[in-house]
Design a protein around this ligand. Sequence first.
Ligand code: SAM
Length: 276
Amino acid sequence: MSGKLYLVPTPIGNLGDISRRMADTMAGADFLAAEDTRVTVKLLNHLGLKKPMVSYHRHNCSTAGPAIVERLLAGESCALVTDAGTPAISDPGEDLVALCAQHDIEVEAIPGPCALICALSVSGLPTARFTFEGFLPQNKKNRRSHLDSLKGEQRTMVFYEAPHKLEDTLEDFVAVFGAERRIALCRELTKLHEEVVRTTVGQALADCATRPPRGEYVLVVEGAPEAPAQEADPQAALERVAQLRGEGLSLKEACAKAGEEFGIKKRQLYDMSLGK
Ligand code: SAM
């Protein structure tokens, strides 16, 4: 019988966030798969544990993943840990989970620290419906076109961002969402210099000039206001459907997304697209 993969979250800055279950799961696993073994060894030392470890990260996941799966199929259990936060959220853990699912290997997630949820909950912005966007594309053109696709997004949007890219990203936010859009900049969560700045996108950009960004950030951006019904523009919506189709969405998916953005029923847009 195959073993199990455990997804073990680790603190995003405060060792006090280690849970009993996190520690017990690591202690009980046959081996750990760690994003950076040097980081994980510090955590193990803190817990007084010694465990065999293998590396599993962005640059070796295509070979390390199948090797881990082989051991799981042979009956061993593995605890997957990253440098910080919940494995499989904006890191290659998602590939390992998919691989385990393909091989019918059981995967168990231990709940724990996650920067996205920590930031969203403290943002002061609506949390009932949100979309997690992770890291934006590095390339400026791709980043802008990704943000353009979020122009009409009414749900709260959550982004991960590195400090040296923050200013450029805020510039794009101003261009796409407008300077008055509300944002919560959640920095160094759970750490000594934790800070949550609730402001507008325009003001956040202006602040970069006087206070260069430092540390780790989660950006929580207010969604677009609901479009008034009379603004529905079927022609523009059809063009948007064509654009989304070009990006690889099925006709059904494109109509659902464009319909939401333009305040037009997806069924109506679907029929219009088929010339009905
Ligand atoms: N899997 C992790 C999780 O559950 O949050 C995220 C991994 S991702 C590679 C790292 C990004 O998460 C950072 O670039 C930053 O945007 C965000 N992050 C991680 N720790 C943070 C913290 N303490 N405060 C703010 N953002 C943080």
